[in-house]
Design a protein around this ligand. Structure first.
Ligand code: GLU
Length: 261
């Protein structure tokens, strides 16, 4: 299978902005093992700004662009250093790809990014993608990595996009407020009712929320890529997800529904 895994800041870093060693170590171990089993993996990783905040000992998430960009420049190094070190332990080579919204809109640049990624996969390298936050401004950015993950998954014809976050999946109501909220395990169509469940929630140091995940899922399932939203606090769930077991919330793509029917 070709799998795009998007991992959010809430999984990679503690609320202090410092790296969550347990989560990151486990993620690298499981992804390495899935590669060993023959799967093609592309990682879309957030965490640059979050880890920059930690490394620079900033008290809170910056709101001004220069500090955000400075934090991203510092944090992206930290992030890639950790990935390079941990994946190397399992004999896997990583590559960093940083993109902006403009790169994805421009047909030549977009084509170049896809060519590079395909070549990296042929070379058995694990591409790790993030937005190039140091040159991004609000006008030219993709905005969040759920959307970036969906764009990459669709353009690379991935079988599956897994969105790892600090929540188990999509619930029938906000589980923080409503104790009767139930996890929805399978969704075959994103109706306005489902979309309404997305709300506008944002988590700690990250950027996305359920709304961006639902819109990412919508893009993917229309183009043949399944999407799973799962909790990143135990990356070993990726084994179950790949085995087709019920984990988190799965959005089944149109193509797969046709096969089932
Ligand atoms: N590119 C941002 C970062 O690395 C994250 C964006 C997101 O979390 O959606 O900090």
């Amino acid at each position: 299978m070709k799998i795009v895994v998007k991992v959010g800041t809430s999984t990679l870093a503690h609320s202090t902005g410092c790296i969550n060693i347990r989560h990151v170590e486990e993620l690298c171990k499981v992804l390495s093992d899935l590669k060993n089993a023959g799967h093609e993996i592309i990682l879309v990783s957030s965490g640059a700004i979050g880890m920059g905040i930690g490394k620079l000992s900033l008290k809170e998430k910056p709101t001004d662009m220069p500090t955000k960009q400075a934090a991203a420049a510092v944090g992206q190094c930290e992030l890639m250093y950790a990935y390079d070190k941990l994946f190397s332990e399992y004999n896997h080579t990583v590559a960093q790809i940083l993109v902006t919204g403009l790169d994805l809109e421009d047909p030549t640049r977009y084509h170049n990014i896809k060519n590079t990624m395909n070549r990296l996969l042929e070379l058995n390298v694990l591409p790790i993608i993030n937005e190039n936050d140091t040159v991004n401004t609000d006008e030219i950015s993709v905005g969040d990595n759920d959307t970036l993950g969906a764009i990459i998954a669709v353009s690379m014809h991935a079988d599956m996009l897994v969105l790892l976050s600090d929540i188990d999946g999509l619930y029938t109501a906000d589980p923080h407020k409503d104790p009767s909220a139930k996890l929805i395990d399978t969704i075959t169509e994103i109706t306005p009712e489902i979309e309404a469940l997305g709300g506008k929630s944002r988590s700690g140091l990250g950027t996305g929320g359920m709304a961006t995940k639902l819109s990412a899922a919508k893009k993917c399932i229309a183009r043949g890529t399944d999407v799973v939203i799962a909790n990143g606090s135990a990356p070993a769930v990726l084994y179950d997800i790949v085995d087709g077991k019920k984990v988190g919330t799965k959005f089944v793509s149109k193509e797969e529904i046709e096969i089932i029917l």
